[in-house]
Design a protein around this ligand. Sequence first.
Ligand code: ATP
Length: 517
Amino acid sequence: MTQEETFKQLTAHAKEYGFIFPSSEIYDGLSAVYDYGQMGVELKNNIKKYWWDAMVRLNENIVGIDSAIFMHPKVWQASGHVGAFNDPLIDNKDSKKRYRADVLIEDHIARLEEKIQKEVEKGRRKFGDAFDERQFLSTNPNVLRNRQKADEIRARMTEALNANDLEALRNIIIDCGIVCPVSGSRNWTEVRQFNLMFSTQLGNISGQDGIIYLRPETAQGIFVNFLNVCKTGRMKIPFGIAQTGKAFRNEIVARQFIFRMREFEQMEMQFFVRPGDELEWFSKWKEARLQWHKALGLGDGKYRFHDHEKLAHYANAATDIEFEFPFGFKELEGIHSRTDFDLGNHQKFSGRKIQYFDPETNESYTPYVVETSIGLDRMFLAVLSAAYCEEKLENGETRTVLRIPPVLSPVKAAVLPLVKKDGLPEVAREIMDTLKYDFNCQYDDKDSIGKRYRRQDAIGTPYCITIDHDTLADRCVTVRDRDTMAQERVPVSAIRGIIEEKTGYRPVLEKLYDINK
Ligand code: ATP
């Protein structure tokens, strides 16, 4: 199965089992907006809790806040979002469709890369075991020609983007003969900048002055509360402020399911440090965040750092943690050393003194900031795509199983009376009643036990607890493990401990890197 087909299946599975629905689906959906269903909300909440506990509970010097989505419009001038949070867009005059100019060019480069890959496959078929891919890549004329073209186009695009040269971007599209995927024509408009912030109007103020924005990131809510938290929490540098919440971006190229959405959720933490110490903290946070991901056990090889060579003007170091999604390695989280840019600018725009008095050095200064910023929905997609598995069983059947890390699984255990009579439902209800205070459990008495196991596999439930006739006599149940499908007979009194051990947060949190040591 190709990666694209697997991804399609994953999307269909997410809908069929109540993880993710297209928004307003009865009206044919709203592009790049999604709703989380009964399973999705549980998984999402569990990811959020894992992040919150790792940040706020484990670190005495990190506290959380929950700031409003609407903020004073000046916030977005100070942060630079009004002036520079733009995408370069181009319209096709025939189809009236709008595209991001850099994405059209990237897609063109991807097609050249595909041609190279096809050439390699051809070579492999032709030469069989004697095929030497490295040599082929460095000598085959078709490969070399396409490689050179791809490299040249990428270099031109980087230069144009860095120089903010919109005409140069358009020229690349024209020179490469890029056509509109809908109309097939080359009838392009000029390239224009398009601000990604959604705006709306405050009720009691008309005109320009009443425009407010839906926040495009949660970070600014932290910066504008720096003084409040520092004072009321008696915080001492180094310290951090964390928050999770919705962010909105009017993304033009919205695709790849919940990877790029117009309304999404972020989990961000700003760590305030002494000027000069930021690069040391930056590398500590890189390590800590990678460790947070790896502790889930989705596969260490699925992560890599992508250090930014071209830095934003306010940053002195930046890296992405990339994850291997079904469509390749892509950014999952960003870690940025943002200097004193944000606090400094808020000081300028608000006229308030935003400084920290350091009792150790007897100095006041604007703290430097190291930020970690991860998309909750992207993290959800990472977990779901790594967990999705179609498995061939020994008896020739296949099962679809979500190998979600048990700590994140929406349902921790399913309670299944073998039949709906003979006193079995009563015992099953009794077990359910003792477990429900600690774990999210499902009670299911419909269909054969095999079908019920499959339903639980499909939503990633780590344990199925079956109550049969023997239970009435020996007070033991059968516990089936999702991953191994092994079944074990255990006393009713042991169930709680087994589930706790496998699905609790503690064992995962204990694996984390301690940032303060
Ligand atoms: P990208 O380059 O993919 O657009 P970005 O560099 O603009 O992302 P940041 O502004 O650094 O992203 O945002 C931090 C995190 O928020 C990202 O690593 C990503 O996980 C998440 N994120 C950003 N934009 C979106 C979006 N449109 N949909 C879902 N998650 C997003």
